[in-house]
Design a protein around this ligand. Structure first.
Ligand SMILES: C[S@@+](CC[C@H](N)C(=O)[O-])C[C@H]1O[C@@H](n2cnc3c(N)ncnc32)[C@H](O)[C@@H]1O
Length: 247
């Protein structure tokens, strides 16, 4: 069920978006996230991939509407924006969200990644997750696979750039598309656009999803060679190295 968004109010919020935020979610993506959050009413939210923080601000706006003491934990490998190292990741939040609300609801964890979740979350505790990090295969698989133990049964995961190669020919990266399109028998939804770029899945039957991700991870074309420190972490969560496929 999609919740009706108050477009006028949402447009006013979106106007606060600072200029120069590269790689950020679009207005249509924001509406999709907002609608999902109003529908799911999550208490513990997680984001992987902060950059400027347009998605962080959107999630926080939506959480403020819910007024349910929810918390957003946002992870990024970088402390500063990849497109402007003079700016901290998440800088958009102070332009778009009330300071008091951000202070009590927004917890930036940088530099860090999905491999640090064990420091912050109990098993089966996350209600909602948004992934917008490395789009090259197999990274989206890694992010979702490593998150699974911490996601609640019935939780919602939104993925950004599910049609990245179609939307932007400068980025022919199929990582998110592979994962979203190939997950089978999972409840999915997409943003309302001709070529949607934001999608959601419901996490039900984790063991089934786990096995499917393993297969997608293994058999799709690897677009990135993983660093040795990542490979050693993968072993601990039960994913193998298939780097030989792309070298
Ligand atoms: C496309 S940008 C995110 C844009 C952001 N969601 C927004 O709407 O403003 C991707 C971000 O993911 C981060 N990133 C890339 N790989 C990552 C990983 N494995 N774990 C955590 N963050 C990662 C990058 O440093 C970058 O800041």
């Amino acid at each position: 069920m999609q919740v009706q968004v108050d477009n006028r109010e949402f447009k006013e919020f979106s106007k606060k978006r600072p200029g120069g935020a590269r790689g950020a979610i679009s207005y249509a993506d924001s509406i999709f996230l907002h609608s999902k959050i109003q529908n799911v009413e999550p208490k513990i939210l997680v984001e992987i991939g902060i950059a400027a923080g347009i998605s962080s601000a959107t999630l926080l706006y939506s959480m403020q509407k819910l007024n349910n003491n929810s918390q957003l934990y946002a992870f990024d490998l970088m402390e500063n924006c990849f497109f402007d190292l003079t700016k901290e990741v998440g800088f958009a939040v102070e332009h778009m969200i009330n300071k008091d609300f951000a202070e009590k609801s927004y917890f930036k964890k940088v530099p860090s990644s999905v491999f640090d979740f064990h420091n912050y979350f109990d098993l089966n505790s996350i209600d909602f997750m948004f992934i917008d990090a490395n789009h090259r295969h197999p990274w989206p698989c890694i992010d979702l696979f490593a998150s699974l133990p911490y996601l609640k049964e019935g939780s919602t995961v939104c993925l950004h750039d599910i049609n990245l190669p179609q939307r932007n020919q400068k980025f022919p990266n199929y990582g998110v598309k592979n994962l979203f399109d190939k997950l089978d028998g999972v409840v999915k939804d997409v943003s309302e656009e001709e070529i949607p770029n934001c999608g959601s899945i419901i996490i039900k039957d984790k063991e089934n999803i786990r096995e499917q991700i393993k297969s997608i991870y293994k058999y799709c074309n690897w677009e990135e060679k993983l660093q040795p420190e990542v490979l050693s972490k993968l072993e601990t969560i039960g994913l193998l190295n298939y780097n030989n496929q792309n070298s």
